[in-house]
Design a protein around this ligand. Structure first.
Ligand code: NAD
Length: 337
């Protein structure tokens, strides 16, 4: 049994990961600030099973509040690995609120790294994003591509900066690091700002689905339990190896064009979609397409879930959610804390 600290434990991916790590036999120390990007009640519901588990503890704290606040908020017990998922996520909102995104994702990550240094914790799994590839023409995306001028949104820039920070702490303090670039994760508990979640709700309400661009944009949709399996394998890798800095793609290796996705969502819901074509949104990339050979070789990662099975699982989950999950937009110029 190892002790794993999970930041963003109440979110979409973090809550599934917490359940998986507890099932794997680990102790989980969870951090979340229950940010109101979407209704925090849903985050509390995400944690309902884990909260009653004897090997789970929840610490409501905000990474932006700095080292002293983290020292005060977190137990002094040993931690073997940190999985850092907490972030302001999402491309579109980051274009509207760049400072809030950079402050949360870069400064918050720096405070966490300083806390790890303070506590002598040397193993980190960092959640990065496919958005760091921007509109790189060569596909599929490989981890060794030069991305210095690739980012096209503040969110992507914040994630690439996170990778730079973990490289810096690896160099300065010998931190063992696994950066994982996630590719459009979907499934039960998915954030309400993401396409599949929005589409199902629009279809159920009998409303048209907005198609940004001509419908040819494509995403490498990855089912959440496949992503979580990759993270769990990453944690095992961190526990078994020392002296490394690696970056991997956790995608599905099959980009699905937007119109094909909408048709599949329509089938899962049982409603014929009506389309409303609109201009492309600022910051959105054309295609994401993961080369997953490195994750396969390093971790044995192998995503298993078909799009139709994954969509079915999402639709069934959404039917059981008591109230609609609404997005609370950030107030303009919101304070960082
Ligand atoms: P989410 O918003 O559901 O979860 C993030 C959690 O982090 C939230 O519960 C939030 O309250 C918490 N949080 C945010 N800032 C915090 C702070 N300063 N201090 C403490 N807690 C904080 O998002 P998600 O979709 O589960 O994403 C998890 C991670 O994966 C993020 O880093 C995101 O950038 C990354 N990612 C997600 C996707 C995807 O498709 N969902 C794709 C690529 C990368």
């Amino acid at each position: 049994m190892a002790s794993i600290l999970v930041t963003g434990c109440a979110g979409f991916i973090g809550s599934h990961l917490t359940e998986r790590l507890l099932r794997d036999g680990h102790r989980v120390v969870g951090i979340d600030n229950f940010a109101p990007f979407y209704n925090p009640d849903h985050k509390r519901r995400n944690l309902a099973t884990s909260l009653s588990h004897p090997r789970f503890s929840l610490h409501e704290t905000d990474l932006r509040h700095g080292l002293d606040a983290l020292v005060d908020a977190l137990p002094a017990d040993p931690i073997d690995v940190v999985v850092h998922l907490a972030a302001k996520a999402g491309v579109g909102p980051s274009v509207k609120e760049p400072v809030a995104y950079l402050e949360n994702n870069i400064i918050g990550t720096t405070h966490l790294l300083e806390w790890m240094r303070h506590r002598g914790i040397v193993k980190l799994f960092f959640a990065s994003s496919s958005s760091v590839y921007g509109n790189t023409r060569e596909q599929p995306f490989r981890e060794d591509m030069n991305l210095l001028s690739a980012c096209i949104s503040p969110y992507a820039a914040s994630k690439l900066s996170g990778e730079q920070l973990t490289a810096t702490y690896h160099h300065l303090y010998g931190l063992d690091v696994l950066n994982a670039r996630f590719f459009t994760v979907y499934g039960p508990r998915q954030r309400p700002d993401l396409a599949i979640h929005k589409f199902v709700r629009l279809l159920r309400a009998g409303k048209p689905i907005p198609v940004f661009g001509d419908g040819s944009t494509a995403r490498d949709y990855t089912f959440v339990l496949d992503t979580v399996d990759g993270i769990s394998r990453g944690v095992d890798y961190l526990l078994r190896h020392t002296g490394f800095y690696e970056t991997i793609n956790l995608g599905n290796n099959r980009p699905i064009p937007l119109l094909e996705l909408i048709a599949a969502v329509g089938q899962a819901v049982g409603v014929e979609p009506q389309l409303a074509f609109q201009p492309m949104q600022a910051g959105d990339v054309d295609v994401t397409y993961a080369d997953i050979r490195k994750a396969q070789e390093l971790l044995g990662y192998s995503p298993q879930t078909s799009l139709s099975d994954g969509l079915q699982a999402f639709v069934e989950w959404l039917a059981e959610v008591p109230q609609p999950v609404s997005v609370t937009p950030y107030p303009p110029h919101s304070s960082a804390r």
